[in-house]
Design a protein around this ligand. Structure first.
Ligand code: COA
Length: 322
């Protein structure tokens, strides 16, 4: 049987750090409030000359180096992002060019904070069906560009960053399964109201930023993450005790803690990095994964449950042997 197996992980966080205290200088908030409600201590913000492609490239190069492959072995590049560099071409083709390769398929995928799990699902299916042997899946975001820095209800929550994995066909177990879901009925609870095909309307300039009903999103996220965890484990005959690591989307420590509690995972087995980089949307899972791989927590052969929830709403999971 052929599996898609992660053979390398990588990540990148922009050098510029904005602490909670920094934010408190320009808006009515405090380090205490942000830590207590979200678990976030700081976020990284891209410099003027860094874009999603720049930071996505660094994460990909990091993962390619860890995988020990040559770039010309890559036959699929997938970038999950809500903040592409340009309307077109895809950020994936910009990264492809900067990697110095051409010819392989490269495209972007937009599923908000669930984008990386969606990307894993697509790449897994390509690899298992023989459509690709080596794929790079990148989650990269410059959310600072769609953040209203005068809105304390959202500005404190988001950050910039990128993470990536190299997947390769293998006889050794890798991705057991990924599940993706969406329900568009409540799009206004978390969205950027302005969009390209509505035309650029300067009188609505204030709507080109993230808007969110935090309370409603919080409740929905906790309930949905619980149901996807149950579905994934039951669907594959896996008991929660068999899981070595839970690697959730890093949006809010309270959401992560509630999801872990419902899953019965002790927090020592949950990868938490939201304190360091806030919510980086599609980048947050590969960032957390890479940090825990590089610091030695996640070991080869361990069983991981990845879970995401985001705007749309979209949600998904991946069960995999690292
Ligand atoms: N600093 C200080 N006070 C703030 C604040 C900030 N940054 N943001 C909001 N407040 C205030 C509110 O105005 C409100 O004041 P009021 O009681 O005088 O009206 C009070 O704090 C409580 O607001 P509330 O929205 O009820 O807080 P909360 O406990 O729900 O926490 C979130 C707000 C956003 C942290 C929380 O709802 C959340 O994390 N939601 C999920 C967000 C998310 O993860 N989205 C992405 C999913 S992919």
């Amino acid at each position: 049987m052929t599996y898609a197996r992660i053979i390398g992980t990588g990540s990148y966080l922009p050098a510029k750090v904005v602490t909670n205290d920094d934010l408190a200088e320009s808006m009515e908030t405090s380090d205490e409030w942000i830590r207590e409600r979200t678990g976030i201590h700081r976020r990284h913000v891209a410099s003027d000359d860094e874009t999603t492609a720049t930071i996505g490239l660094y994460a990909a190069q990091n993962a390619i180096e860890a995988a020990g492959i040559e770039v010309d072995e890559i036959d699929l590049i997938l970038v999950a992002t809500t903040t592409p560099d340009k309307v077109f071409p895809a950020t994936a083709t910009i990264i492809q060019r900067r990697l110095g390769i051409a010819g392989c398929g490269a495209f972007d995928l937009q599923a908000a904070c669930s984008g990386f799990v969606y990307g894993l699902d697509v790449a897994d299916r390509y690899i298992r069906s023989g459509g690709a042997r080596t794929a790079v899946v990148i989650g990269a975001e410059t959310l600072s560009r769609i953040t209203n820095w005068e809105d304390r209800t959202t500005a404190v929550l988001f950050g910039d960053g990128a993470g990536a994995v190299v997947l390769q066909a293998s006889e050794e177990p890798g991705i057991v399964a990924a599940h993706i879901h969406a329900d568009g009925k409540q799009e206004e609870l978390l969205h950027v109201p302005q969009g390209i095909s509505q035309g650029y309307d300067q009188t609505r300039a204030g709507e080109a930023y993230i808007q969110m009903n935090g309370n409603a999103v919080f409740r929905k996220a906790v309930a949905t993450l619980d149901s996807i965890a149950r579905e994934t484990l039951a669907g594959h005959g896996v008991e929660k005790e068999q899981l070595d690591w839970f690697v959730p989307h890093q949006a809010n420590l309270r959401i992560i803690t509630a999801a872990a509690k419902k899953l019965g995972m002790p927090m020592e087995r949950v990868v938490v990095t939201v304190d360091e980089h806030a919510n980086t949307s599609s980048a947050s899972i590969p960032l957390a994964l890479d940090i825990a791989v590089r610091d030695g927590r996640i070991q080869r052969g361990e069983l991981l449950l990845l879970e995401a929830f985001g705007a749309g709403f979209t949600w998904g999971s991946a069960l995999l042997y690292y």
